[in-house]
Ligand binder design. Sequence first.
Ligand code: GLC
Ligand code: CA
Length: 560
Amino acid sequence: MDKTWWKESVVYQIYPRSFCDSNGDGIGDLKGITGKLDYLKELGVDVIWLSPVYESPNDDNGYDISDYQAIMKDFGTMEDFDRMLSQIHERGMKLVMDLVVNHTSDEHPWFVESRKGKENPYRDYYIWKDPVKGGAPNNWGSCFGGSAWEKDEKSGEYYLHLFSVKQPDLNWENEAVRREVYRMMNWWLDKGVDGFRMDVISLISKDPAYPDGPAGLNSYAAFNFCANGPRVHEFLQEMRREVLDGRDTLTVGECSGVTLEEALKYASLDGKELNMVFQFEHMDLDFDENGNKWTDRKCKLSQLKEILSRWQAGLYKKAWNSLFWCNHDQPRVVSRLGNDSAQYREVSAKMLAVCSHMMQGTPYIYQGEELGMTNAPFADISDFRDLDSINAYRELTEKGIFSREEMLGYLRYKSRDNARTPMQWEDSENAGFSTGKPWIMVNPNYHEINAKEQVGREDSVFSFYKELVALRKERPIIVYGDYRLLEPESEELFIYERGLEKERLLVACNFTGKELAWELPEEMKGRRPELVIANYPDAQWADTLMLRAYEAVVWEWTLD
Ligand code: GLC
Ligand code: CA
């Protein structure tokens, strides 16, 4: 397999609104990020993925863009951006921008024109349809609740918005739209950015028949139904030719609804489309049987292993994957799959890190994950800022599907705002994030959980992530080795082996709060492996491995 820097890199995601506020207005900004680059260098990450910083009315916190080539005032100026970029490069790191081109804001000049009428030259930049039987053109639901179609009273037509009404979908069938997107991408690359994370890129090509989905199609099901449309690969190959060919970039597609078969096309190692994908099967495991995320269901470990292992094996030597537990749309992993009690928070956060970072693919760390940040104790609906959470609360309590208390419980567990509380820098007012009133509540546990306390402490979650990031640079087997799952049926242990020529790695993770014994397979007995990393200070090798609460160990040996 060809060696490339993006296979060997670790990416760190910054959600700018919540990272660091330099001017006391309560909103994180570019100068704030620039001031924290040494922290990221210390962690050892290679690439920063920056969530959107473009001009936006902020209906969906910047994922609704009204000008692709301007910086949102809240975040600073283009000069601030240029300075940040050169400071990132000066430290030998790279910057990947968020590319949100499935939709724009309804305040983007293209849509302002488009909505003026059927004859407007920009009409065809978006997806407009006549009513069907006096109603919406089909039964697709928006990801943020309600129908995906909004009626325009003036023309009587509907426009499509797979996300909020303020996020109309662009019409990728229109060549002029594609040319505009490629021109804009080239402009950013010419400026020196190093690649793109492509927002819901699997949704850009729609079935021209706009067929109804299965009855009662809800928002997330609609998503999967619309994904991987007929021309998506053609469009991405065109983008490769028009923008990416001849440039050394990192491209990762957020591919909601992607199947393994499709991923082999999106992220094929032949380099025709993207470098890698984000798939979400493992993130949807704690949804209910109808694909709704508002439930307190827990995911089953055997299923988690089945999914991750299928992706490990299925892409090996053919395509490239990304590894992640967290991003700005997911609750905090230590609260979701680990144990965020005082006793087990650190050890389970480290265990989860081992489990993901030792697999094949490019690991992504979401801000605060490297500190073991947890979900937040939101007390009331007024504490939430995320439109997805607020819309769902309103819709589901009004329809009487859940009581207010029930729904609050689900939000505390699953809301995207759990990831969006401010980064916890130190044990001072507002966790050192801002001297003003933060736009969203700070998690009160910043007194115990903060960067300042962890950076120099040898056994902190931060130091552990730092070690994992460094290991990837030292051991090619982590990047290029194959993968084999052991004990697929266990609901308590996640154990796998990696192999590269004669090298072997054994990765064993205990997902429970109990001590468990695991007898080694015969071929491993009697070996004298080297300990690679562990989250307890005194891990022991034996024919029967004893794995304490949330213990994770990695051993390495060479075959004779
Ligand atoms: C992606 C983003 C999410 C956003 C949505 C619409 O899923 O990650 O934050 O709300 O797309 O742009
Ligand atoms: Ca600010």
